[in-house]
Design a protein. Structure first.
Length: 243
């Protein structure tokens, strides 16, 4: 039984970019770029993939990665991880998104440290430097309390800086990064909660935790990765990998 593990939730039914995890980037499926990156950055943490479709399992299995089949109808990646961890049985679980191929070891270790410090759920953020990120609904924003706990996540530009024409002031807003960590107990509670109203409106699964009174610790990173949400993001990744 591992004390901690990375479980990557993976499915093909992305609304904004269907089947993106099998989209070829420099001749290799996107999900393998993420898998190989995680394995090279943090080889000391056991790595698993919670997959919804056999196609994904076949690609990952062939490359030597461990997969766990999960119900395709699960509502979110966190639900998928909760189901997979019944088999993995880790005390602490780190969720790396399958479409984050430039994740760093520093980010993963930050989450690992946070979740083993006594919190039930943790995530990461970084200051927003560019106005385009602030107004882009594909870039999720988070606001925190004075102790670094999340107050709210939104696709809308928050917080609004009064006095600025569009509410943006560089460095005042935080960009949420879609990496999480949880305790095993929290994962089981999360899966038992019904999907929340705000979760449904924003399409952000972490709001289910806040709607049910859970606390989410927010760690910070300066690393700017590329989350692949759209075909345009895949083109940016191509350019980044070419150096």
């Amino acid at each position: 039984m591992p004390n901690h593990a990375i479980i990557v939730p993976a499915r093909l039914a992305s609304q904004r970019f269907p089947r993106k995890l099998l989209h070829p980037v420099r001749g290799k499926p996107l999900i393998l770029w993420t898998a190989e990156r995680v394995r090279s950055e943090v080889p000391e943490i056991p790595l698993y993939f919670a997959v919804a479709e056999p196609e994904l399992a076949e690609v990952l299995d062939a490359a030597g990665f461990r997969t766990i089949a999960t119900d395709p109808e699960l509502a979110s990646g966190t639900d998928r991880i909760a189901q997979a961890n019944r088999e993995v049985a880790a005390d602490f679980v780190i969720n790396v998104q399958a479409d984050e191929p430039l994740v760093t070891g520093e980010q993963i270790r930050t989450l690992d440290g946070l979740i083993q410090s006594g919190v039930a759920m943790a995530t990461l953020a970084r200051p927003i430097r560019e106005r385009a990120d602030f107004v882009n609904p594909n870039r999720v924003k988070v606001v925190c309390d004075s102790e670094g706990r999340a107050l709210y996540f939104s696709r809308s530009p928050i917080p609004h800086q009064r006095g600025e024409s569009d509410g943006f002031a560089a460095g005042e807003a935080l960009l949420h990064l879609g990496l999480y960590a949880y305790t095993a107990d929290f994962l089981q509670k999360f899966q038992q909660w019904p999907a929340g109203r705000l979760e449904g409106l924003e399409r952000l699964e972490q709001l289910r935790a806040l709607e049910n009174g859970a606390s989410i610790a927010v760690g910070f990173t300066e690393h700017v990765g590329i989350g692949v949400d759209t075909p345009e993001d895949a083109e940016l990744l191509e350019k980044a990998l070419r150096g």
